[in-house]
Unconditional design. Structure first.
Length: 320
């Protein structure tokens, strides 16, 4: 239950706060009485995701392009940088904006954190590991990334963002944190997101064929949104400054995921196969030893339970 009357404690700026992960983070912090300033240019974010928060005096939304200079008046305790297109469909549709938000946007957010003497947390990604030759992926792994391939606009934007974040940590003594987010799912994912979970759910609800790219033997590890948000919260309040993987280490094939969604959605859909996109990773599973040891964090929501919740949300969204 959100207490509307308790005095807010800390002030948090969240970029990309109207997006999938960002909006859940806004919910989590507002419920814990943080004052939240949500920034989003709404290229891929959706104001509907945060509409229910506008009634709270300790929540503020501003439509801002963080690749350009922006200012926040008054005290700021945390800057959480989650702004970026995240799915292949959206970052391939907005390649320059993706590179700019990773470079210029991160630079501007670090500048804000420096000016306000605030903690800074960067939302990075498992994509910085590319198509990994190490399995599972530890934070010490440098990755296997094609710098000029179609996915490079996202991968390299995040790799640069990590580099400049560590430069500010080492040269300006900014208290920075980096979370490498592995595949995450849940409510508020875009209906046209293009990633496996929302694609399969929408196709299953429509009794249309579930389209798998490649053979379906490629693997992923899926973390439910509530687990991820708890990990991010622990990281932002921790003493960790090096990158930390957050994700679910339970790995399954894309074909098994498709069959599970068909069953849970009580769908009549079949599976069809398409060609595999260039540089699509064959295996993806986080090593979360560091998160367990340093944050006392590990995911708790089982995939089947999380998918039931997500399918129910998409069903209500689709039929409303």
């Amino acid at each position: 239950m959100i207490n509307k009357h308790r005095k807010p404690r800390k002030i948090v700026v969240i970029t990309g706060g109207a997006g999938f992960i960002g909006s859940h983070l806004c919910d989590f912090l507002i419920a814990r009485n943080y004052k939240v300033i949500c920034l989003d240019n709404l290229i891929t974010g959706n104001k509907e995701n945060i509409k229910h928060l506008l009634k709270f005096s300790h929540f503020m939304f501003r439509k801002v392009d963080i690749t350009k200079h922006f200012e926040i008046k008054g005290k700021v305790d945390f800057v959480l940088h989650f702004a970026s297109p995240a799915s292949p469909i959206t970052y391939l549709a907005h390649p320059i904006q993706t590179l700019k938000v990773g470079a210029l946007g991160t630079h501007n957010c670090l500048g804000l954190a420096k000016a306000k003497k605030a903690r800074f947390l960067l939302a990075s990604t498992s994509e910085i590991y590319g198509d990994p030759k190490e399995h599972p992926q530890k934070e010490s792994y440098w990755g296997n990334v094609n710098t000029i391939g179609p996915r490079a606009v996202y991968d390299e934007a995040k790799r640069f963002a990590e580099a400049i974040t560590m430069a500010y940590y080492n040269n300006h003594n900014i208290n920075t944190k980096i979370v490498r987010i592995f595949n995450t799912y849940g409510s508020r994912m875009r209906i046209d997101d293009g990633r496996a979970v929302p694609n399969f759910i929408i196709q299953a609800l429509r009794n249309k064929p579930l389209t798998i790219q490649g053979t379906g033997k490629q693997t992923r590890s899926f973390c439910f949104i509530t687990d991820l948000i708890e990990g991010i919260f622990k990281l932002m309040n921790s003493q960790m400054n090096e990158p930390v993987n957050l994700g679910n280490p339970i790995e399954l094939s894309i074909k098994d995921l498709a069959n599970m969604i068909i069953k849970l959605a009580n769908s009549k859909s079949k599976i069809t196969y398409l060609s595999l996109p260039q540089d699509d990773p064959q295996r993806r599973r986080p090593d979360i030893t560091k998160a367990k040891r340093c944050l006392n964090w590990q995911p708790r929501v089982k995939l089947e339970s999380g998918l039931k919740i997500t399918i129910s949300w998409f069903k209500s969204f689709y039929y409303k």
